[in-house]
Every structure is written in structure tokens, then in C-alpha cells.
Design a protein around this ligand. Structure first.
Ligand code: APR
Length: 309
């Protein structure tokens, strides 16, 4: 595999960050700087990922550090630093600790990688995205969060299993908050081009929606310590690829709204056209009446969390 000379920084060398660093390198997307407050953890994981490169067959460089001068020139910075959930905890309950961490990281990213596009993964996702936008002062086109792709992937996986069909034949759409008020846009969800409502009974659909919404908590409960990381790290890749390859594809990301959908002063999951400069357009898609209501309720829930900052 040829080496891509692009540099991507992943802040937080924990479960999500280190898995993401590995995915980026193994796909040959970029060289990776893995940064953590614990330098040795970042350095050790970077060496371990690097040692697999001859077996996997890539030429990307990976370094682990706690020194922000090493993130200079990063095309993208992904922030995964922060505490994961504990059993019984909601994403929102992470707010005070993770806000302090994201504030600290965002200030250092601003100082050391002022031209980077910043992708948030730390929870509560929408609130942390809004906070990072404020702290960096970067244009909203360059600061957004990963959630909708993960929520959509969870729904797709569960619906495909229920219908016993390939996962690739479902196109799911999850908007709103990455939390208990996420909004499955069933009116726009297609199975091989047909509305999903024609394929699944309402009870089955409700069960799948509930399970996708609670999937993060289900995994937290099973793991005992830590939260999901294979699927969250995977869900960042389409965003990175859309930026690096300027694909201009529409992906659901948590974006800071400024009047779109009648909302301002928050970040929330909406479909956005993503290209080399980040968010190139926020798509205002038509929603069914009850979906619109659920979306506004989700926005209210995010605003309440933002007030806690
Ligand atoms: N600067 C840099 N790194 C930090 C900082 C900081 N100020 N504070 C904490 N970290 C690092 C920790 O040292 C740890 O290595 O962030 C890492 C977090 O890793 P994990 O505890 O394994 O958490 P993880 O499962 O990766 O989740 C990280 O992503 O999906 C979300 O809800 C999840 O908010 C959580 C985040």
C-alpha cells in the first residue's frame, strides 16, 4: 500500500482513540499522531500499532506523545479524550468532567493546529461539539461531531438481522441528539428502495428503534468497565474519507446550527454535505410531523445540557 503523507491527530489514546488510530493507518489514510495526557500509554499503543504494519501491509507512520507541538500541520484532529460511561450512567451525566477535558484539548488544538478540521467523539457528543466550536473559535464548518453514522449503523445492523437481508440494502437515517432523544427518520428509511414501514410491523420497528437507541448502554452494561469502541471508531472513518477525498457526500454529523431547522446556539445531528473544507452544506430535509416534533424535543434536551456548561 502506498503511504499517504497526510497527518491526522487523534487526541485520547484510550479504547476509541487507539482503535481509530489503527483503523486510519491500516486503511492507508494518513500518518497518525496519537496524543494523550499519559505519554507512555500513547507511545506504547503507537509502537504496538506500528509493529503490526508489516503484517497488515501499510507504510503509515504512527507516533504517540503528550506534546501538542507534534500535532502541527494536522489536516484533521479527532478528539476522543474523556471518560467513558459507567453502567447505569447516561451520556449527559459525563458532562462536567468531559467538558473540562474538551475545553483543555480545544485550547491546545487552537494554538497548535489552527487550520485543522476538528471532529468530536467525546460524550455528551452534541454538547462537546458546541463547546469545542466556541473554545477554538474555528468556523462551524470545521468543527463537528460523530454520532449519526454510528446510530444509523446500529439501526441498520439490527433491522437487517430482523429482516434477514444484507445490511447493505438498508439506508437508515438517524438525526437529533446522540442520546435518549435521537430521532430515527423512518419516513426516509428505505430497504432496497422501499419504505421500511412497508417491510416491518410497527411493533418490530419500535423494538429495533429502542434497541438501537439503548445499544450504547447495553454494551456498557455487558463490558462492566468502559463503553463501545469498535463501532464508534469505525463510524469516524466515513467522515475522514469524505474530507480527505473531497467526496461531498451527505453524512449525518453533529453540526452547530445557525438558523437551520429554526434552531441556533447548539450542535445537533443533521445531514451535511462533507468535503475538503468540512461541512459544505447543512441539508434541511423534509420530516414527517411527528419526526419534526421529536427533533425539536431532542434540540431542547441538548440545550438543557449546554446550559450546564
Ligand atoms: N488530554 C488528553 N487525553 C486525555 C485527557 C486530556 N485532558 N483527559 C483524558 N484523556 C485520555 C485518557 O488518559 C484516556 O486514555 O482520554 C482517554 C480516554 O480513553 P478511555 O477511558 O478508554 O475512553 P474511550 O472508551 O476511548 O471513550 C472516550 O469517547 O465514545 C466516547 O463516551 C466516550 O467520552 C468517551 C470518549
Amino acid at each position: 500500500m502506498k503511504r499517504s503523507p497526510v497527518k491526522i491527530t487523534v487526541v485520547g489514546a484510550g479504547a476509541v482513540g487507539s482503535t481509530l488510530a489503527m483503523r486510519i493507518a491500516e486503511k492507508g489514510l494518513a500518518d497518525v499522531v496519537l496524543l494523550d495526557i499519559y505519554r507512555n500509554i500513547a507511545a506504547g499503543k503507537a509502537l504496538d500499532i506500528l509493529d503490526a504494519s508489516p503484517v497488515i501491509g501499510h507504510e503509515q507512520g504512527i507516533t504517540g506523545t503528550d506534546d501538542y507541538s507534534e500535532i502541527k500541520g494536522s489536516r484533521i484532529v479527532v478528539i476522543t479524550a474523556g471518560l467513558p460511561r459507567k453502567p447505569g450512567m447516561t451520556r449527559e451525566e459525563l458532562i462536567s468532567k468531559n467538558a473540562a477535558i474538551v475545553r483543555d484539548v480545544a485550547e491546545k488544538v487552537k494554538a497548535n493546529a489552527p487550520d485543522a478540521i476538528v471532529i468530536l467523539v467525546t460524550n455528551p457528543l452534541d454538547t462537546m461539539t458546541f463547546l469545542a466550536h466556541k473554545v477554538t473559535g474555528f468556523k462551524r464548518e470545521r468543527v463537528f461531531g460523530m454520532a449519526g453514522i454510528l446510530d444509523g449503523s446500529r439501526f441498520t445492523q439490527l433491522a437487517a438481522a430482523e429482516l434477514k437481508i444484507p445490511r447493505s440494502s438498508i439506508k437508515a437515517l438517524m438525526l437529533g441528539s446522540h442520546g435518549d432523544t435521537m430521532v430515527p427518520v423512518i419516513s426516509q428509511t428505505r430497504v432496497s428502495g422501499k419504505p421500511i414501514k412497508d417491510m416491518l410491523k410497527p411493533e418490530a420497528l419500535d423494538r429495533i428503534i429502542k434497541r438501537s437507541r439503548d445499544r450504547g448502554a447495553e454494551i456498557v452494561g455487558l463490558l462492566g468497565t468502559g463503553s463501545a469502541y469498535y463501532s464508534p471508531s469505525a463510524a469516524v472513518l466515513p467522515m475522514i474519507e469524505a474530507i480527505l477525498n473531497d467526496t461531498k457526500e451527505t453524512l449525518v454529523v453533529s453540526a452547530c446550527l445557525d438558523g437551520e431547522y429554526g434552531l441556533k446556539g447548539l450542535a445537533i445531528g443533521v445531514p451535511c454535505r462533507i468535503g475538503s473544507s468540512g461541512i459544505e452544506k447543512i441539508e434541511e430535509m423534509p420530516l414527517a410531523e411527528e419526526e419534526k416534533k421529536a427533533f425539536l424535543a431532542s434540540a431542547e434536551a441538548i440545550k438543557k445540557t449546554i446550559e450546564l456548561l
